[in-house]
Design a protein around this ligand. Structure first.
Ligand SMILES: *Cc1c(COP(=O)(O)O)cnc(C)c1O
Length: 420
C-alpha cells in the first residue's frame, strides 16, 4: 500500500486573516503610530487613546490601591466567583447607581463583567438572532460594530447631530427601525463626541424606544465625567418608559482600565426584560463565560468609598481644565472646526477642512503625516465612522496637551495652502 506523499494540507487555512468588521480604535492608533520617526528627537505625545492612567494627576487614591492588597491578603477571594458576580460587588454597584435613580435597583439587576467591553460582548451575543438588527450611533465606538459582526447582528447607523450638541437624530432612528430591530445604543457622556445629553433629550430617546418596541443600551462608561452645563443623567432614570440596560465600568471614571471591572445592569422597573427572557438569556450566557477577578470584586466596595469626593472632583477638575485648553488651542487652527465644545468624557470631535491644506488627502493621511513630522498621535475620524474628522483626547496632563496642540498647529501652518 502506498501512502500519498508531499506536504500536509492544513485544513484550518483561512482565505484572509481574522478581522471583525472595522478595525478597533487601538489597531488604528497603532497604525498611525507606525509612522512616528524616532530620529526627529520629539517625544511622542499620545492624543489618540483615552487612557490617562500613566499621568500622576490621574492616579487613583492610595487607599483604593490598598483595598486590593487587603482583599488579596484576606485569602477570601482565592476561589471561583459566581458567574453573575460576587454578592458584595453586585450590591456595591447597585448602591452606587441607586444614588441617581428614582427607583431602587436590587443586586439581582446587576451583573459584574470584565470591563464594559465584556458587557458589550455578552449583550450583543445574547441579542443576536437571525435577521435581527441593532441601531448604533455615528460617530460611535467601533467595538460595537466589531462585536455585532462576530454575532452576525445587522448594524444600522443613526446620525448624531454636531450642530445640536451631538444629539441623536431621532427621525433617523424612526426611519431605520423595523420589526427586526432589537435595541438602540447611546453613549453618554459621549465617545467620540465629548457631549453630555440633556434630561429632555434622554427622555425623548426613551419615548422613541417605547414607540418602536426596542430597548435602550446605555453605555455610561464615562458616567459623571461631565463638566459643562448639562449634568450627567443616567438613562436608567427613564427605565419605566422603555427598558434600559446600562453598561459601565471603573476603567474611565476611576482611570484604572487595567483592573477590568465593569457591569451590565437591568434598569427595568416594569420587568419587561424578564418577561421577554432577555434576563434569563444573559444569565445563561454568563454561565459559559469568565468573570472579573475576584479580589477586584472583593475590594470594589472599598474602592468606591475611597474614590468619592476628593479623587472624583480632582479628575473632573483636570478634565475641565484640559478640555478648555484643547478647545481654545483648536479654535486657533484654521483647518479645524469644532462644532461643539466638549463638556464630558475625554474627547473632542473636530472637522478637518482639507481645502485649507496642501498635499493632505484625507484624515488618515493627516494623522499619519502628523505622527511622522511631529510625533503627535490622534485618531482619524474614519475609525469612529466620520471621514475627514479627527478625534482628539484631552485626558492627558496639561503640559503635554499644550505641547501636542502647539505641534499640531505648526504642522497645519507648514501644510497650509498658500493664498488662502
Ligand atoms: C473605553 C470604552 C469602553 C470599554 O471600557 P472597558 O471598561 O475598558 O472595557 C466601552 N465603551 C466606550 C464608549 C468606551 O469609550
Amino acid at each position: 500500500m502506498e501512502c500519498e506523499r508531499g506536504q500536509t494540507k492544513w485544513q484550518f487555512r483561512q482565505k484572509s486573516s481574522f478581522t471583525a468588521g472595522n478595525l478597533a480604535v487601538r489597531a488604528v492608533v497603532n497604525k498611525v503610530m507606525e509612522n512616528v520617526d524616532n530620529s526627529n528627537g520629539k517625544p511622542i505625545i499620545a492624543l489618540g487613546n483615552g487612557d490617562p492612567s500613566k499621568f500622576s494627576c490621574f492616579r487613583i487614591s492610595e487607599r483604593a490601591e490598598d483595598a486590593i492588597v487587603s482583599a488579596v491578603r484576606s485569602a477570601k477571594y482565592n476561589g471561583y466567583a459566581f458567574s453573575a458576580g460576587m454578592p458584595c460587588a453586585r450590591s456595591a454597584i447597585a448602591e452606587y447607581l441607586n444614588k441617581d435613580l428614582p427607583y431602587k435597583l436590587s443586586p439581582d439587576d446587576v451583573y459584574a463583567t470584565i470591563g464594559c467591553s465584556q458587557a458589550i460582548e455578552i449583550l450583543l451575543s445574547v441579542l443576536a438572532r437571525p435577521g435581527a438588527n441593532i441601531l448604533l450611533p455615528r460617530p460611535g465606538y467601533p467595538y460595537y460594530e466589531a462585536r455585532a459582526a462576530l454575532s452576525k447582528l445587522e448594524v444600522r447607523h443613526f446620525n448624531l447631530v454636531p450642530e445640536r450638541g451631538w444629539e441623536v437624530d431621532l427621525d433617523n432612528v424612526y426611519a431605520l427601525a423595523d420589526e427586526n430591530t432589537v435595541a438602540m445604543v447611546i453613549i453618554n457622556p459621549g465617545n467620540p463626541c465629548g457631549n453630555v445629553l440633556s434630561y429632555p433629550h434622554l427622555k425623548k430617546i426613551a419615548e422613541t424606544a417605547k414607540k418602536l418596541g426596542i430597548m435602550v443600551i446605555a453605555d455610561e462608561v464615562y458616567d459623571h465625567l461631565a463638566f459643562g452645563s448639562n449634568p450627567f443623567v443616567p438613562m436608567g432614570v427613564f427605565g419605566a418608559i422603555a427598558p434600559v440596560i446600562t453598561l459601565g465600568s471603573i476603567s474611565k471614571r476611576l482611570v484604572v482600565p487595567g483592573w477590568r471591572l465593569g457591569w451590565m445592569v437591568r434598569n427595568d422597573p416594569n420587568g419587561i426584560l424578564k418577561e421577554t427572557k432577555i434576563a434569563e438569556s444573559i444569565e445563561n450566557f454568563l454561565n459559559i463565560t469568565v468573570s472579573p477577578t475576584t479580589f477586584i470584586q472583593g475590594a470594589f466596595p472599598h474602592i468606591l468609598e475611597n474614590t468619592r469626593g476628593r479623587f472624583s472632583n480632582k479628575i473632573i477638575d483636570v478634565l475641565r481644565q484640559t478640555s478648555d485648553i484643547c478647545y481654545q488651542k483648536l479654535e486657533d487652527i484654521d483647518c479645524i472646526t469644532c462644532p461643539h465644545k466638549p463638556d464630558g468624557s475625554m474627547f473632542v470631535m473636530v472637522k478637518l477642512n482639507l481645502s485649507y491644506l496642501e498635499g493632505i488627502t484625507d484624515c488618515v493621511d493627516f494623522c499619519c503625516k502628523l505622527a511622522k513630522e511631529e510625533s503627535v498621535i490622534i485618531l482619524p475620524g474614519v475609525a469612529v465612522g466620520l471621514k475627514n474628522w479627527l478625534r482628539i483626547t484631552f485626558a492627558i496632563d496639561p503640559f503635554s496637551l499644550n505641547a501636542g496642540l502647539d505641534r499640531m498647529k505648526s504642522f497645519c501652518l507648514r501644510h497650509a495652502k498658500l493664498n488662502q
